[in-house]
Design a protein around this ligand. Structure first.
Ligand code: PLP
Length: 369
């Protein structure tokens, strides 16, 4: 019996021979970081691919969140979601901002706009939603609230690479969006990330901030940070960008297979595609209804693990349950019922470009029984 380990994800790797050619060129140029040739090339290629006017590359997906809050001078309280990767809330903490958790919608896992207004206080300065699993937030409703109360909107779009609604990039919503190019994401540069902004002025300021605040040889305009992407990762990204469409198509095929196989399994639900949305199939979460399925989420999760199928319980525990945040007034279970329900029922199934048919079948058979 085939019993190899099936991991939840596997990185999209550039062709090694092609990468070597780029490395040789970098060696010849002897310019390995600080807005080099490939850094500029990748920014250009990504802006085009993602249909965004301006983008700034970062060394990971957490620093653009932290830097966006700095750039927009966000203080006081920020409304955010507990159903995400910890980096979302950590970015607030690193800026001395108090996170205010608002519950999610069960249909998408995203922050529920209908519950945002009740969480606004005189100290609120911004909203930080997440397009969780790459599913678009209700951006218009969120923007309407932000406009009404004079708030900024920063999207953690770490999962939303290439996601479009009615042909338009989701990354153009809000004041700023951030991306992660971590090894586990749809598009990766090993470690890496980016910030998307709407105007040249902001792009310039962000480029200063990610380089210690330097605006010239002798001028520092703010207490910036160092979060520049180097030439080696930029070159890696240029090669990977050429194969990302094929990777997303491969992921889509896997999603179709999972959906066809699991649609009639009692007690297992999942998300279908949303109308008008170009998805990136970054994750394939399923939700276990213990009563109907006859087994709890954790029972299924550990059974899968025993058989070498490594799903992940993204996002369990909720961010609001980690020690740093659990004493916040908004972190109570009563305030976040939908988030708790989702966190307690979710398993993300193996999902990556090139996942073999027989592996998909093995995952499905485990869940069917
Ligand atoms: C991956 C991720 C990040 C952080 O990205 P890094 O590149 O790992 O720093 C932030 N937010 C979300 C929602 C993520 O999934």
């Amino acid at each position: 019996m085939d019993n190899n380990i099936i991991t939840v994800t596997s990185p999209l790797l550039p062709d090694l021979k092609e990468f070597e050619k780029y490395l040789e060129d970098i060696w010849n140029r002897k310019w390995i970081t600080n807005n080099g040739y490939y850094h500029q090339q990748l920014e250009k290629a990504l802006a085009e691919y993602l249909k965004v006017p301006y983008i700034s590359l970062f060394t990971n997906g957490t620093l653009p969140l932290i830097t966006a809050l700095q750039a927009l001078r966000i203080t006081g309280e920020v409304i955010t979601t507990p159903y995400s990767f910890v980096a979302t809330t950590h970015s607030l903490w690193w800026n001395g901002i108090k996170p205010v958790f608002v519950d999610i919608e069960p249909e998408t896992g995203n922050i529920d706009p209908a519950k945002i207004e009740a969480a606004i206080t005189p100290k609120t300065t911004a909203i930080m939603p997440v397009h969780v699993y790459g599913k678009p937030c209700k951006t218009q409703e969120i923007q309407d609230i932000a406009d009404k109360y004079g708030l900024k909107v920063i999207y953690d779009a770490a999962h939303a690479f290439g996601v479009e609604v009615d042909g338009k990039s989701i990354l153009n919503e809000g004041d700023i969006s951030t991306l992660s190019f971590h090894a586990t994401k749809v598009f990766n540069t090993v470690e890496g990330g980016a910030m998307v902004m709407h105007d040249e002025k902001t792009k310039k300021r962000i480029d200063y901030l990610k380089n210690f605040g330097f605006a010239g040889e002798t001028e520092v305009i703010a207490p910036g940070i160092n979060s520049k992407m180097d030439e080696i990762r930029a070159a890696y990204g240029i090669i990977n960008l050429k194969q990302v469409d094929a990777a997303i198509e491969s992921r889509r095929q896997t999603a179709i297979k999972y959906r066809n196989a699991l649609r009639n399994v009692d007690g297992i639900t999942f998300f279908d595609d949303m109308p008008g949305v170009k998805h990136n199939y970054s994750y394939f979460p399923i939700f276990v209804d213990a009563e109907k399925y006859g087994m709890t989420r954790d029972e299924l999760y550990f059974k899968m693990k025993e058989r070498n199928v490594l799903g992940r319980r993204y996002f369990y525990p909720l961010i609001s349950d980690f020690s740093t945040y659990r004493n916040l007034p908004s972190a109570t279970k009563g305030n976040l019922p939908n988030a708790h329900k989702m966190a307690d029922s979710v398993i993300c199934l193996p999902m990556y470009a090139g996942l073999r048919d027989e592996d998909v079948e093995r995952v499905v058979e485990l869940i069917e029984k």
